[in-house]
Design a protein around this ligand. Structure first.
Ligand SMILES: Cc1cc2nc3c(=O)[nH]c(=O)nc-3n(C[C@H](O)[C@H](O)[C@H](O)COP(=O)(O)O)c2cc1C
Length: 274
């Protein structure tokens, strides 16, 4: 008799526990999910005057390099959603981040470590989320490699002006942000002469691919844009006299992320071998 009462009591306690858990998870109030959401610490962004100290780089994705290569695609259709400042931080780190503290070597290789590239970011209005309800001011920013920060060069949403100088490619106007990669040729040609021009162009390709792969791993879309009026783009971003724009890379939340599998690719290879 006692045994049966014990079993009933245990079943009762378990049922109550399951009921309470279901309320906490699914019915709002102080649900576990809400608690997690409220206590999620947004990575720190510190803004001092015109300088934005970006969240520090970290491992934020679980995607392998094989998957990122497989899923990299030029994506030109973006939703109107903002990207997060954490993601922008990771994309800039992938482009020109420091990966050696002794010599200051970076994520992308550079001929003779002459580092001829400068990075600008054209940020749209309410398009880079710092934390709920707080956005990065729209404007043109310049990336500081040594401090992983952005310097506000001019305020305002310049995406339409940039798109106009890029032959009206609408993905430039619609992306949350555009990364503009410029070259200071003399940094490399002063060491390598004419051949330095070739080296600078090879280097921008490395940086572009780093941006593509990081964007893919973050679930974002990008496309390398080389068709634009150099002087027009330089004017929009307030580039220095010796900085020549080479690439524009719009970044946005893709309407449809690219998807394939190694299975599909391998079937292709096998079929071509027959
Ligand atoms: C140097 C270069 C310049 C490019 N310029 C443009 C461009 O101005 N506009 C654009 O939409 N795509 C541009 N692209 C992207 C290519 O169209 C794209 O890489 C190609 O169609 C292959 O597609 P995938 O990148 O998805 O593999 C450019 C790519 C490279 C490498």
């Amino acid at each position: 008799m006692y045994k049966i009462l014990w079993i009933i009591a245990i079943v009762f306690v378990i049922a109550i526990a399951l009921y309470l858990a279901s309320i906490m998870f699914y019915e709002g109030g102080t649900s576990v999910r809400e608690t997690i959401r409220e206590t999620y610490s947004y990575p720190e962004t510190t803004i001092v005057g015109n300088i934005v100290y970006l969240p520090l780089p970290n491992r934020v994705t679980n995607m392998s390099i094989e998957e990122a290569l497989l899923l990299r695609r030029s994506l030109r259709d973006y939703t109107s959603d903002p990207i997060t400042i954490e993601h922008l931080s990771m994309i800039l780190w992938a482009a020109q981040g420091i990966s050696n503290t002794k010599w200051g070597f970076r994520t992308a290789p550079s001929a003779g470590a002459t580092y001829p590239l400068e990075i600008y970011v054209v940020v749209g209005d309410e398009k880079v989320l710092i934390k709920p309800g707080e956005y990065l001011r729209a404007g043109v920013y310049k990336y500081n490699v040594k401090t992983h920060s952005l310097l506000l060069i001019k305020e305002g949403d310049y995406r339409n002006d940039l798109a106009r100088e890029a032959l009206n490619q609408e993905w430039v106007a619609e992306a949350a942000v555009n990364i503009v990669i410029c070259a200071v040729y003399e940094r490399t040609t002063s060491r390598y002469g004419e051949r330095g021009i070739r080296y600078v162009h090879i280097e921008v390709g490395h940086v572009g691919q780093n941006i593509y792969l990081m964007a893919t791993a973050l679930g974002l879309g990008t496309v390398a844009v080389g068709a634009f009026f150099d002087d027009g783009v330089a004017r929009v971003i307030n580039a220095q006299e010796n900085e020549r724009p080479l690439y524009i890379m719009p970044i946005g939340v893709p309407v449809k992320p690219y998807y394939t599998t190694f299975d599909e690719i391998n079937k292709y290879y096998i079929a071509n071998r027959e």
